[in-house]
Ligand binder design. Structure first.
Ligand code: NOJ
Length: 535
C-alpha cells in the first residue's frame, strides 16, 4: 500500500543553508564537502530529502539568491565534481536531493543581464523588465522592493528603469518573453539530467507582473513598520502568468522519473491550493507556511490545520513548515519549552514536514552585533533590522561544544558569529543524552516512518477537553491508530478523552520519561508536554 506514495510524500525534507552547515576547508563558510561529511548524521535522524539553498556562482548580495550562473557551483562551496559526489552519496543512502531554483531574478552580474543593460537594442534587452521613467523622471510606478525602497533602479545610459523586487543587484526576469521561459527550463533540464530529484522554486508567486504596470493600492491596515507591507501587492504577486510558468516547469519535470517541485507560496489557503494546479499540473506541493506565521496557540493551530485539511482537494498532498532561512527560529518564536511539542506536531500531522537545519536540536536565533549584520533587508533598513534581518536564523550549525561549534576549525572566523548557546546546545551533547531535542526528534521520525497511520493515514482533530490542548487522531486501515495530544500551556491538566477511546498506551512523551497504559477518561498531561497515544 505504502508503495503507492512518492518519496516526497512519505519522507521528511531537511533544509540546509550551505554557508552555515559544515565548513570542510576552513574558510569560515560551509561547503558541499562539509555536507557530504555529515550525510550519515542526516540519514541517522530520519531525514529522506535534503533541500539545498543556492550553491551557484553569485556575488552574494543576497547570499546566493542572486545567481550569476545557474549551471555551476560557487567556488566557496566547491566544484561541480564535489556536487556530483554529494549527489551520489545522497543517492547511495537512498536519500534525495532537491535544489533551490531562483527563476524570478538573476544576479546583475549574470551574462544575460550584462547583455540586457548593455544597450536598448540588445537581443536580451527584453529578457528583463525595462520601463521609461514617469513623466516627472521618477520610477515608472509605485512598486516597492521587499528589501526596502522602490523596486525600480535607474540606468542613466539608456534613461530607463529596470525592475527588481529584491535588491537592485537582483533584476527581475521578464516571463512574458518565451525565450526567458525556455532558458529557465533549460536550467532545470541541466540539473534533472544530472539526477537531482527536484526543485524548491523561489518566489514562484512573483513570476508574473501586471502588464499595465499599474500602481499598487495602499493597505489601510498597514502597521507602519515594514515599508514593503504598505501596499497590497495585487500587481506583482500571484498573477495568472505565475501559474502558466509553473505548468511549463511541471511538464518538464514530469518527463523524468519521480522528480518533484515544491513552490515558495506565502498565500491564503484559497490561493495557495491553486498552485497544485487545476489538474494537479503545477507544484507537487506549494509550501504551506501558515503554521510558521501563526500565533502559537492550540485553538489557532487546530483551526489552521482543520481549515487546510478541509480545503485541500482530494488528490493534493499536504505539507507543513515551522522554520526556514527567512523566519525566526522556532525556539526564539515560541520559546524553548514548546519546541518539543512543535516537533511532535510537525512530525505527526498528515503531510510532508519540512525541517530547517538545527531545529532538531532546538537552536535559537543568534545575536548579531550591528557591525556583523550582512543581510540586505537589515543593511538597507537599519531602523527595522530586528524585524527584517535574517542573519540571526542563519548562524552556523552547532555540532559540538568545541571551538567554532565543530562547524569550522578553531581560530577560523566564521562568516556569521555562532549563537551564544552552542556550548550547551549541540549535536554531540544531545546525541549522548537519552532525553534531548535530538533524541525526541529521532524517536518521532522512527515511529513516523514505521507506522502507516502516521505517514499516510487520515487526520481528524478531536475535542481535547481544554482550550490549551490540541488533539488529533491518525488512522490507517487495520494498522495501529494514534492520538496525539499537545499541551500548549504551562499548566498541568487532567483531560477526559473517553469519547475517543477507553484506554490507550502512551508510547512517546515529549519529556521522554513515560511509556504506560492510561485511562483516557482521566489523562494527565504536564506543562509543555506532548503525547503520542496508541489505541
Ligand atoms: C525568497 C528566499 O527564501 C529569500 O531568502 C530570498 O532573499 C528571496 N526569495 C529572494 O530570492
Amino acid at each position: 500500500m505504502k508503495e503507492k506514495y512518492h518519496w516526497w510524500q512519505t519522507g521528511i525534507i531537511y533544509q540546509i543553508y550551505p554557508r552555515s552547515y559544515m565548513d570542510s576547508n576552513e574558510d569560515g563558510i560551509g561547503d558541499l564537502n562539509g555536507i557530504t561529511e555529515r550525510l550519515d548524521y542526516i540519514k541517522g535522524i530520519g531525514v529522506k530529502t535534503i533541500w539545498l539553498s543556492p550553491m551557484y556562482p553569485s556575488p552574494m548580495y543576497d547570499f546566493g539568491y542572486d545567481v550569476a550562473d545557474y549551471t555551476d557551483v560557487h567556488p566557496i562551496f566547491g566544484t561541480m565534481k564535489d556536487f556530483g559526489r554529494l549527489l551520489e552519496e545522497v543517492h547511495k543512502r537512498d536519500m534525495k536531493l532537491v535544489l533551490d531554483l531562483v527563476p524570478n531574478h538573476t544576479s546583475s552580474e549574470h551574462p544575460w543581464f550584462r547583455e540586457s543593460i548593455s544597450s536598448k537594442n540588445n537581443p536580451k534587452r527584453d529578457w528583463y523588465i525595462w520601463k521609461d521613467p514617469a513623466s516627472d523622471g521618477g520610477p515608472p510606478n509605485n512598486w516597492l522592493s521587499y528589501f526596502g525602497g522602490s523596486a525600480w533602479e535607474y540606468d542613466e545610459k539608456s534613461n530607463q528603469y529596470y525592475l527588481h523586487l529584491f535588491v537592485k543587484q537582483q533584476p527581475d526576469l521578464n516571463y512574458r518573453n518565451p525565450e526567458v521561459r525556455q532558458a529557465m527550463l533549460n536550467v532545470m533540464k541541466f540539473w534533472l539530467d544530472k539526477g537531482v530529484d527536484g526543485f524548491r522554486v523561489d518566489v514562484i508567486v512573483c513570476l508574473g507582473k501586471d502588464e499595465l504596470f499599474r500602481d499598487e493600492p495602499d493597505d489601510p491596515e498597514w502597521d507602519g513598520i515594514v515599508p514593503f507591507m504598505k501596499h497590497i501587492h495585487i500587481y506583482t504577486l500571484n498573477l495568472p502568468l505565475s501559474h502558466d510558468v509553473t505548468r511549463d516547469m511541471r511538464k518538464l519535470v514530469d518527463r523524468y522519473n519521480d522528480r518533484m517541485i515544491v513552490g515558495e507560496t506565502y498565500l491564503p489557503y484559497e490561493q495557495l491550493i491553486q498552485y497544485y494546479g487545476k489538474n494537479n499540473d503545477e507544484c507537487h506541493m506549494p509550501f504551506n507556511f501558515h503554521l510558521l506565521e501563526a500565533d502559537w496557540n492550540a485553538k489557532i493551530i487546530r483551526n489552521l490545520v482543520d481549515d487546510y485539511e478541509a480545503i485541500l482537494p482530494k488528490d493534493c498532498w499536504p505539507n507543513y513548515v515551522l522554520g526556514n532561512h527567512d523566519r525566526k527560529r522556532l525556539a526564539t518564536r515560541i520559546g524553548q519549552a514548546q519546541t518539543k511539542v512543535a516537533s511532535m506536531m510537525l512530525l505527526t500531522l498528515r503531510g510532508t514536514p519540512t525541517v530547517y537545519y538545527g531545529e532538531e536540536i532546538g537552536m535559537h536565533d543568534g545575536v548579531i552585533p550591528p557591525e556583523f549584520i550582512q543581510d540586505p533587508p537589515a543593511v538597507n533598513q537599519p531602523e527595522i533590522a530586528n524585524e527584517v534581518g535574517r542573519d540571526p536564523v542563519r548562524t552556523p550549525m552547532q555540532w559540538s561544544g568545541s571551538a567554532n561549534a565543530g562547524f569550522s576549525k578553531e581560530g577560523v572566523v566564521t562568516w556569521l558569529p555562532l549563537a551564544g548557546d552552542y556550548k550547551e546546545r549541540n549535536v554531540a551533547i544531545q546525541e549522548k543524552l537519552n532525553i534531548s531535542d535530538l533524541s525526541l526528534f529521532k524517536a518521532l521520525t522512527e515511529l513516523r516512518s514505521s507506522e502507516p497511520a502516521l505517514t499516510i493515514g487520515s487526520y481528524r482533530s478531536v475535542n481535547a477537553d481544554n482550550v490549551n490542548v490540541y488533539a488529533y487522531i491518525r488512522t490507517y486501515e487495520n494498522s495501529k491508530s494514534y492520538m496525539i495530544v499537545l499541551n500548549f500551556s504551562k499548566e498541568r491538566y487532567i483531560l477526559d478523552l473517553k469519547n475517543v477511546a477507553g484506554e490507550g498506551t502512551i508510547i512517546i512523551s515529549t519529556l521522554m520519561d513515560r511509556k504506560e497504559k492510561t485511562d483516557l477518561a482521566k489523562l494527565s498531561i504536564r506543562p509543555d508536554e506532548g503525547l503520542i497515544i496508541e489505541f
